[in-house]
Design a protein around this ligand. Structure first.
Ligand code: N01
Length: 838
């Protein structure tokens, strides 16, 4: 006999403690001993939520316990604990249930069925069946909706789970998707050979098993198939089964034989015998590593049975503007597309970013789709810069108008995407266990969708309300009468602070880097102005497509220092008063490449800050001085600097007084602790690469994208990656993306990708991917262009500098939207130059 070390040591401990053999005790004493053994084990995962309930059964009610995992549940598992129908209860099994919930991502419902000898066969069977029916009929009340129903149990509980499957089949009961049988008792005759093996008499001995059977059912009734499922006439048409046994267990033969009979009857079966293990090991997950492995195996096999693989032409990840348009385009090409979206609705950025003041900072008439003239003519924007609710409505309108939702799975986050070189397909797996194979994978995951976990010490200590701008609660937040801290002063904070300040009693802004922002001059959109644009939309869109940023305004060709100081001032004033994002930067050609030119415009903005903010120290602290204007994303605002003149708003300059820690009640800096009712983190995103790298993407040879991009992202045109065939990134790293009007760049990428997929179909190509050399050349080109600008001088998210450990490199293509479009078109026209298609 060779048990593993942990199990050997557990048995030795029990021997030293002189744990009595259960068959020498009364049932009450045996229950107490069993409870003692379980109490000595560590509790299960705390993050599992627990709620007890009453389950009606014949003649009364029994206890149930609902254990919900911390992540999205993939199934609901009705669990029948072991203990020979005589001992054990749901408290003894609490840790087991919690581990199962987390490992199997299942809502586990533990059933405290009544025990023998007080309640012999068939009472436990009837209780378990009543519980199963109760779960199935209370789906919406229990919030388990359409999750597949699994019955599971160990030892005598495995017996009950097997019996439930038979009973449900024979009585047309609840539809059971899977039975999980852990070293089940299946045959009351106790005649299997393993009962005769001396080395299998561990934890559960032949005498103890006889003690259990004798209390449960007399020698005749135990032959009833609902007591001994192995004696059932037919095992056909039973749910798929996962059966697990332990090598040194007297029940090993019963479990294996039952699995073989199920299989022979046409039932899909996963069977595994766990070597070096004894009976009961599965129920000791905190003490025995083998139990963890067994649970992981169970979870894997459950997934395999519950989620057969689907087939599509294309999987698109994300249902923001890019994912929606990509779906529409590919559908028009007659392709079968599945979109996965983590949110509960379409909209992407505009679904998640619901913080006060969230609105677009490119004029809405320009920040809108052009692919459908009907759409652009019929949609009416209410403001120059639309607020988030209107942008979300626009996204919803597109989804309805083009009937997109039927191919989008919401509340579904993609966990992994692995390229299968044998079939030239991507195998995409969701966190809920759905599996789809598709020739093409389009990552339409956005560039600013991975909200950065704030890297501030003590964050978890805080007991007040906590919000992140990028993950704002759907129901909104009422700050009335509250003391609020806002950490961060990027675009999100610049929009949120003025509105939070109007509502809250007291607002303290914690600023690490001062921001450059200019007035947005937002206003209601004049219908006549909109009509003029609509009448000339074709021309307007054509301009956008060739413009450097994807807007219609043009950059001056003049150099800053070539004009007089008065002329410079006049132009900067015009920029300040333009009310558009590139208004300042377009005044001269060299503002983002010449330090002297940039110094001039930066000083002009600093003067406006000094003019606006009354308190001298606050004004001084708000002056951005350590990076050139435009090298961190500039903002446009409504009353940002003015807000610091309010009585209820103050600024903490973290460069002078850094945050020492977040405390239970607030924030402590060198100047002491301030207490808050709420902390708002406006601390940004793991931009560009974050949304891609948080999915486990693996290309040829199983190479992980995280490894391929260890030194920074590499991608040809920001669309495709060497070693990752048929994978397309919409507005990916090293494309203009964040340096442009995103809607223009999204349309261009989606059109290009759709054309490429169509070309592959026409040419009969199974795969396409860029060559290493084309990717290298593009990387050098994009780096060279970025180095000609002032961008690398800033510690910005454009450079990956906001995420500790992220490689420092410029993440976008600075050559302009129009130039980039032409390059992409030329690549396609030359038979996808730089790509290898096979
Ligand atoms: O994020 P950000 P954002 N301690 O990264 C600070 C787009 N967007 O959500 O600069 C203290 O810009 C950080 O300080 P520093 C737009 O492209 C568009 O505001 O790293 N502070 C910075 O001040 C934008 O650029 C719109 O020193 C910490 C702030 O948090 C992008 O999204 C609206 C900190 C983060 O600013 C991201 O904007 C909103 C720490 N540990 C967003 N960590 C519009 O369309 C970070 N910070 C208008």
């Amino acid at each position: 006999m060779h048990l593993d070390l942990a199990t050997t040591s557990m048995l030795a401990g029990m021997a030293l403690n002189e744990t009595p053999a259960l068959n020498t005790l009364t049932p009450e004493e045996a229950r107490l001993v069993f409870t003692e053994i379980n109490r000595s084990m560590p509790p299960g995962p705390e993050q599992v939520s627990s709620e007890d309930c009453q389950i009606p059964v014949e003649g009364g009610a029994i206890r149930g316990r609902i254990l919900r995992p911390s992540m999205t549940a993939k199934s609901v598992m009705v669990y029948y604990h072991g203990g020979g129908w005589v001992i054990g209860n749901i408290d003894d099994y609490d840790a087991v249930g919690r581990h199962l919930a987390e490992t199997c991502q299942a809502i586990v419902i533990m059933v405290d069925y009544r025990k023998a000898p007080e309640h012999p066969f068939p009472v436990p069977v009837n209780d378990c069946y009543a519980a199963l029916n109760w779960v199935d009929t209370q789906r919406s009340k229990l919030r388990i909706h359409d999750l597949p129903l699994v019955v599971a149990g160990d030892s005598a509980g495995g017996n009950l789970a097997a019996v439930m499957s038979i009973k449900a089949r024979d009585e047309s009961g609840p539809e059971i998707a899977l039975q999980a049988l852990i070293y089940p008792v299946t045959d009351g005759r106790m005649g299997a050979e393993s009962f005769t093996h001396e080395d299998k008499q561990l934890f559960l001995t032949t005498e103890i098993m006889a003690f259990f059977w004798d209390h449960y059912a007399d020698s005749k009734t135990r032959l009833d198939p609902l007591a001994s499922p192995a004696l059932t006439a037919s095992l056909a048409d039973l749910p798929p089964a996962v059966v697990l046994t332990a090598e040194f267990d007297i029940l090993v033969d019963e479990g294996r034989t039952f699995a073989e009979h199920l299989k022979a009857s046409g039932v899909p079966v996963s069977y595994r015998d766990f070597a070096q293990q004894m009976h009961g090991f599965f129920a000791m997950p905190a003490a025995l590593p083998a139990a963890g492995k067994a649970m992981a195996w169970l979870a894997q096999e459950m997934d395999r049975h519950l989620n057969p693989t689907e087939r599509k032409d294309v999987v698109v990840v994300g249902a923001g503007f890019s994912g929606m348009y990509q779906l529409h385009k590919l559908r028009e090409q007659g392709l079968n597309v599945q979109v996965f979206e983590a949110g509960s609705d379409v909209g992407g950025t505009w679904y998640w970013n619901r913080y006060p003041g969230a609105r677009v900072d490119i004029e809405s008439m320009a920040y809108s789709f052009s692919f459908s003239d009907e759409l652009q003519q019929e949609w009416e924007w209410s403001e120059k810069y639309s607020p988030q609710p209107e942008l979300l409505k626009y996204a919803q309108h597109i989804a309805d108008r083009f009937d997109l939702k039927s191919d989008i799975a919401f509340d579904t986050r993609v966990a992994s995407a692995h390229f299968d070189e044998d079939t030239n397909e991507w195998l995409v797996t969701t966190e809920c266990g759905r599996r789809v194979r598709a020739q093409h994978l389009v990552m339409a995951t956005g560039v600013l969708s991975a909200s950065k976990t704030p890297d501030i010490s003590g964050r978890d200590n805080y007991r007040g309300e906590t919000y992140r701008t990028g993950l704002w609660p759907k129901e909104g937040v009422d700050f009335t009468g509250k003391r609020v801290a806002v950490i961060g002063t990027g675009s999100s904070a610049v929009q949120a602070i003025p509105l939070i300040a109007e509502e809250a009693d007291d607002v303290v802004v914690y600023q690490r880097t001062a921001t450059f922002t200019t007035p947005a001059l937002n206003h209601a959109l004049n219908k006549d102005d909109a009509s003029v644009i609509k009448a000339n939309y074709a021309e307007y869109r054509a301009k956008q497509r060739l413009n450097v940023l994807g807007v219609v305004d043009e950059r001056s060709l003049e150099r800053t220092m070539d004009v007089s100081a008065q002329e410079r001032d006049r132009r900067f004033k015009a920029g300040w008063e333009s009310g558009i994002l590139p208004g300042m930067l377009f005044q001269f050609a060299d503002l983002q490449v010449e330090q002297e030119a940039n110094d001039a415009i930066s000083e002009y903005i600093r003067d406006r800050i000094r003019d606006t903010v009354k308190d001298e120290q606050t004004a001084q602290d708000l002056l951005p001085t350590d990076y050139p204007y435009g090298t961190k994303r500039p903002c446009i605002d409504t009353n940002y600097y003015e807000t610091f003149n309010r009585e209820n708003v103050s600024l903490v300059n973290l460069r002078r007084t850094p945050i020492e820690t977040i405390t239970q009640k607030g924030i402590r800096t060198a100047e002491g602790e301030r207490e808050f009712d709420a902390i708002v983190y406006a601390t940004g995103f793991d931009a560009m690469t974050g949304p891609l790298l948080r999915v486990d993407i693996r290309g040829r040879g199983g190479v992980k994208l995280t490894d391929a991009w260890n030194d920074g992202p590499r991608s040809y045109l920001g669309i495709a990656i060497h070693g990752f065939p048929n994978l397309f990134t919409i507005t990916g790293p090293s494309s203009p993306s964040v340096l442009s009007n995103m809607l223009v760049s999204i349309e261009q990428h989606v059109d290009w990708v759709s054309d490429c997929i169509q070309w592959m179909k026409t040419e009969g190509k199974a795969t396409i991917e860029p060559s290493d050399s084309a990717e290298q050349e593009w990387a050098e080109h994009t780096e060279q262009l970025a180095n000609m600008t002032l961008y690398p001088k800033a510690n910005s998210w454009y450079m990956g500098a906001n995420v500790p450990g992220k490689p420092r490199m410029f993440l976008a293509y600075v050559g302009g939207v129009g130039t980039y479009r032409m390059i992409c078109d030329q690549v396609a026209a030359a038979g996808y130059r730089g790509f290898q298609a096979a």
